[in-house]
Design a protein around this ligand. Structure first.
Ligand SMILES: [Mg+2]
Length: 233
């Protein structure tokens, strides 16, 4: 069975006014100077830093400051709590419902902490469509978090899927898929969804359009179903 697994930030949710601003405000709290959003994005995306606490730490270091990591997490969390209501939905509820109605097995692999993931799934009313979600709290060992492919493996094993498609928006997502193929030796396509951040990444499919994404996913899942049926004859 071929499952479709989604990243959250930049794919399901636009976090430019939440996480991206929280990185900026937290860094500014330590640096006591303004940090342009362009620098935040450059550091986060060019280096493929998935975890936003790590990204904040990196920004502070690059600007010549320093911070205690645990305290930074507390400052960041407080700022994010204030900004999280600014998050906007990118892929619609209807999009996920139509895939689910077509019998597609859906999962989530995200770097969000569990409470932040639940917040967004509840807020947009889409939690019911996912057969498995893997968040940052599900992977205790920091070294096994995205871009390490372990979270993707965990999701695939839980779903009982032997073939998959991962929909992500940045370099850490692409790296996770590439490592997954190498380490676990199973097929996994990478779809680059670039509605919010327009990066240039090699991908099996690339679009910023919901309808195009839906058509591609349905086509891919049905093709693999037909191939399975033929091999059973
Ligand atoms: Mg993302």
């Amino acid at each position: 069975m071929r499952a479709v697994i989604f990243d959250v930030d930049g794919v399901i949710v636009d976090v430019r006014e939440s996480y991206h601003l929280a990185i900026k405000e937290t860094a500014e709290f330590y640096l006591k100077e303004e940090v342009p959003l362009e620098d935040i994005k450059r550091i986060k995306f060019s280096k493929g830093i998935n975890n936003d606490w790590d990204a904040t730490y990196e920004v502070i270091k690059e600007f010549g400051g320093e911070a205690d990591y645990d305290e930074l997490v507390r400052v960041f969390t407080e700022i994010y709590e204030r900004l999280k209501y600014r998050e906007k939905q990118i892929l619609s509820r209807e999009f996920f419902k139509s895939l689910k109605d077509a019998g597609v097995t859906l999962g989530i692999v995200t770097g969000r902490p569990k409470v932040d993931l639940e917040f967004v799934l509840d807020r947009f009313g889409i939690g019911e469509f996912f057969n498995c979600t893997v968040d940052e709290d599900d992977v205790v060992d920091k070294n096994l978090r995205k871009p390490h492919p372990f979270p993707l493996h965990l999701c695939m094993e839980t779903l009982g899927a032997e073939d998959g498609i991962y929909v992500g928006d940045n370099r850490a997502d692409l790296e996770m898929v590439t490592y997954y193929r190498k380490i676990y030796g199973k097929p996994m396509k990478f779809v680059h969804f670039k509605k919010v951040v327009d990066l240039d990444l090699p991908a099996d499919f690339s679009t910023g359009n919901e309808e195009e994404l839906r058509n591609y996913l349905l086509r891919e899942v049905f093709q693999s179903r037909e191939a399975e049926q033929v091999s059973l004859l």
